[in-house]
Design a protein around this ligand. Structure first.
Ligand SMILES: *[C@@H]1O[C@H](CO)[C@@H](O)[C@H](O)[C@H]1NC(C)=O
Ligand SMILES: *[C@@H]1O[C@H](CO)[C@@H](O)[C@H](O)[C@H]1NC(C)=O
Length: 318
């Protein structure tokens, strides 16, 4: 019975996480000053929000804080099609859910498993000086987009959640950076947000967006990799994270359209503060990889030197 209740609670929490609940019945919010529902209280109501492998985190650029690997290419199947999305304004964010489940898949990228795209959504802030969830050397970008995937080995989202596996879900994060001109590759995305922004819980179906238009360049850049969690309650630590280093360009006007929701959510922060990395390894899959400077290379060189030493001994004595 205990177990069943726990499972139901977890599923309810996930429904909130993946769908982002809304209005007064909301069990949590992003308001720092709100002691009962704000981020400081999340771990009281959702135990895993107090875990040691939470997300987001601050990403360092200094190699001596990173493990280095050569970037492994991606197979983003059907990302370059005009797929149909249901676009929902759920008060916290605008969420694009893929209508044909399983049609878009993500392989490669050293993920270690194949993943199916479920949805993508955005995190932004009250102004352009903040908004991204992950930071780079403590610096915010004005927006971050997350593609949420389910590990293909699970039939349903529920199965994936209840597995508790650290790689049950994969999230691909993309930063946005301000540029002078509008980015025409974002036209369909911005139009879709505009169409639902006037009303909480308003949604439109059959919205055609070709996500390759805005991710194709950034998805060829170096990327960070670590094991973490959902960035909203219940914060389950079941997400393999990828964050691409190259941002997608966006104009201040386009940012303003996305930020300007006609309900009462204008000028609000929709992102979580960074969490501690702790003892988790953080790897940069580097498109210009060379081992010097990375954390792991010292070890690699030590092993190399040891082997050289042994072979010298061998040649000397035999
Ligand atoms: C929001 O826009 C949609 C589509 O234009 C419309 O059907 C809906 O009634 C609008 N809601 C409000 C509260 O204006
Ligand atoms: C989707 O966008 C990509 C990148 O711009 C492009 O190569 C591809 O042809 C587009 N797909 C369609 C169906 O237009």
């Amino acid at each position: 019975m205990m177990h069943k209740n726990f499972l139901l609670f977890t599923l309810a929490a996930l429904a909130v996480t993946l769908c982002f609940a809304d209005d007064d019945s909301e069990p949590w919010n992003y308001v720092i000053a709100d002691k009962s529902k704000g981020p400081d209280s999340w771990s009281t109501h959702f135990e895993e929000c107090g875990g040691s492998k939470n997300s987001p985190i601050d990403l360092p650029t200094s190699k001596d804080e990173l493990y280095g690997e050569k970037a492994v290419g991606w197979d983003m199947h059907k990302w370059n099609k005009f797929n149909d999305w249901t676009v929902l304004n759920n008060h916290y964010t605008v969420k694009f859910s893929l209508e044909n489940e399983g049609i878009m898949t993500t392989k490669g990228g050293a993920l270690g498993a194949n993943y199916e795209v479920l949805q993508f959504h955005l995190h932004w802030g009250a102004n352009n000086r903040k908004g991204s969830e992950h930071l780079v050397d403590g610096k915010s970008y004005p927006m971050e987009l997350h593609f949420v995937h389910k590990n293909e080995k699970f039939t349903t989202v529920q199965d994936a959640v209840s597995s508790g596996d650290s790689d049950a879900f994969a999230a691909l994060g993309f930063f946005f950076e301000l540029q002078e001109e509008d980015n025409p590759d974002l036209d369909d995305l911005v139009e879709a947000v505009k169409a639902v922004r006037n009303e909480t819980n308003y949604q439109e179906s059959g919205v055609k967006v070709n996500v390759s238009e805005f991710v194709s360049s950034a998805s060829r850049s170096s990327y960070y990799r670590y094991f973490g969690g959902l960035t909203t309650p219940g914060c389950q630590e079941i997400v393999l994270w990828t964050v691409f280093t190259e941002p997608i360009g966006i104009s201040a006007d386009q940012m303003e359209i996305i930020r300007t929701q006609d309900d009462n959510s204008y000028g609000v922060d929709f992102f979580r503060e960074v969490q501690l990395l702790g003892s988790r390894p953080l790897t940069l899959y580097d498109t210009n990889y060379s081992p010097e400077g990375y954390l792991n290379s010292a070890e690699t060189f030590q092993i190399f030197n040891f082997l050289t030493f042994i072979s010298l001994l061998i040649t000397r004595f035999f």
